[in-house]
Design a protein around this ligand. Structure first.
Ligand code: SF4
Length: 158
């Protein structure tokens, strides 16, 4: 008998209303919160699981995107110059472990984030400009066969 929990969808915790952004706020999306409240989705934050703390220094990816981070070709840098590369990789792997435990097949993650961004992320200059690429968690989930979309995509209808 398959004893795994029945949820198959992962969402960024901040979208479900958890105050886990670097400012200690959330990015509540009512529709995504309902998915969590109904038991359809689980909500996790790779930066919290990476022990970056709340609130925390703002981070961005310098020298590449999430795939480059995973390949050791880029760094996760804070606005104060700290290097959080290993912590964010660790937090992302913790999310992946949970995703595997739940049999997650799909994820809805927060757009533009250095961790959760899908296709576009902040460019590493802390100037609110974007560049092409996935966040670290997004890249890791995709490498493991999980389909990832941002909350701005409307695959789930409105
Ligand atoms: S890492 Fe992801 S879940 Fe955590 S606050 Fe940032 S966007 Fe939200």
């Amino acid at each position: 008998m398959d004893s795994r929990p029945s949820k198959r969808l992962l969402v960024s915790a901040c979208l479900a209303g958890t105050n886990c952004t670097f400012r200690g706020k959330n990015n509540l999306n009512d529709k995504i919160k309902k998915l969590v409240d109904s038991g359809t989705a689980i909500a996790l934050c790779p930066e919290v699981l990476g022990m970056l703390g709340v609130p925390r220094e703002r981070i961005e990816l310098r020298g590449g995107d999430g795939n480059d981070i995973l390949d050791g070709k880029a760094r996760v840098i804070s606005s104060k110059g700290g290097d959080f590369t290993m912590r964010l990789i660790s937090g992302s792997y913790k999310v992946l472990d949970e995703a595997k435990r739940y049999g997650i097949t799909d994820a809805i993650l927060k757009s533009n984030s250095p961790s959760c961004g899908v296709g576009r992320i902040y460019d590493g200059t802390f100037s609110n400009n974007l560049k092409n690429g996935d966040g670290v968690l997004t890249a890791l989930l995709k490498r493991n066969g999980i389909k990832v979309m941002s909350e701005r995509e409307e695959l789930y209808g409105k």
